[in-house]
Design a protein around this ligand. Sequence first.
Ligand SMILES: *Cc1c(COP(=O)(O)O)cnc(C)c1O
Length: 407
Amino acid sequence: MDYQTYFRSELDHLREQGNYRVFADLERERGNFPNADNHISNAVRKVTIWCSNDYLGMGQHPTVLNAMHDAIDRVGAGAGGTRNISGTTHHHVLLERELADLHGKESALLFTSGYVSNWAALGTLAAKIPNCLVISDSLNHASMIEGIRHSKAERKIWKHNDLADLERLLAEQPLDRPKLIAFESVYSMDGDIAPIREICDLADKYNAMTYLDEVHAVGMYGPRGGGIAEREGLMDRLTVIEGTLGKAFGVMGGYIAASRDLVDFVRSFASGFIFTTALPPAVAAGACAAIKHLKTSQTERDSQQAKVAEVRARLDAAGIPHIENPSHIIPVMVGDPVKCKWISDVLMDRYGIYIQPINYPTVPKGTERLRITPSPVHSDADIDHLIDALGELWAQCQSAQMPMAAQ
Ligand SMILES: *Cc1c(COP(=O)(O)O)cnc(C)c1O
């Protein structure tokens, strides 16, 4: 085989399908987020980021930065090992305590990312519990799907957020068969929210465990930022709550929070936890500071929600279609991969606005979109500029002025 030719032809195929991914080379400016420098061949241009998952701007927050500087100055750069072999630092221990407290659980366990936490925790639970059946929401994140697949346990997919379909699958199983219902609270592409209470009711009725990914909700919802389950008073009803430190908490890392025994079980059996170097202590310290801050400060959440409402109202006034949902995620529906990429490119080139196009396979064909995530650090002028630019491009897309051939 001519390996290089094979790689190139597969990549060409991606390009033809419009699915080839191009990354924006950004350099955020401390204290000036959401503004950043965008590096393009030998030049630098100023852009405003409108698609970051640093939802609350905590990745720039002085409290978080100070905690990280302080930790580096005191303990150095890396953890120096896996958690098992000299990599457990006091910062990891403190962070796990903070996370257990955030979710009202006995214990928490850190992983190097949210992806790894889903992959390792679901993979381990489903593989090790004898005859476990995993019932997985059809829109679950790739990290959950891969974890479940890796476990080799039997799995069934329930229709997204459809309680009747979930109950149908639960009811056809023996009551004493181990079952794990895996789902998310806020779904990242449509921004809709799962009926957590009703899912927990079904789990109780059919003797199933529940595994909730709150990645897009931690820090953002609930009086202490514990997520949708906290807001709805349901944290104690979930078997496992999983989250990330990389989105609203502004740093990186992932975790699960659950009973002491379940956490100890995953800690003891999950390859993806055991055999990898622990997060740098400064990262743990930064995450800890962000969580602590958001446990008591409502300012960031309030301000973010106000900006989201403002952007939605302005999109409505401009006649730009977006999915109405109860979360902070604003999907502006384009419904065509070429137009979606074109709008995104022109926003960047002409207006200095960065919104990544979301195309298949991340979302189904025909639902291509621009996913906008307003944050407390977007100014009124930023919003004006965004709406003006989108309005102009939207009009051009409707008429025949869009230079299709140029793409
Ligand atoms: C981003 C994401 C993850 C992965 O979290 P990382 O910390 O970025 O690895 C897991 N689940 C969902 C739903 C996500 O959107």
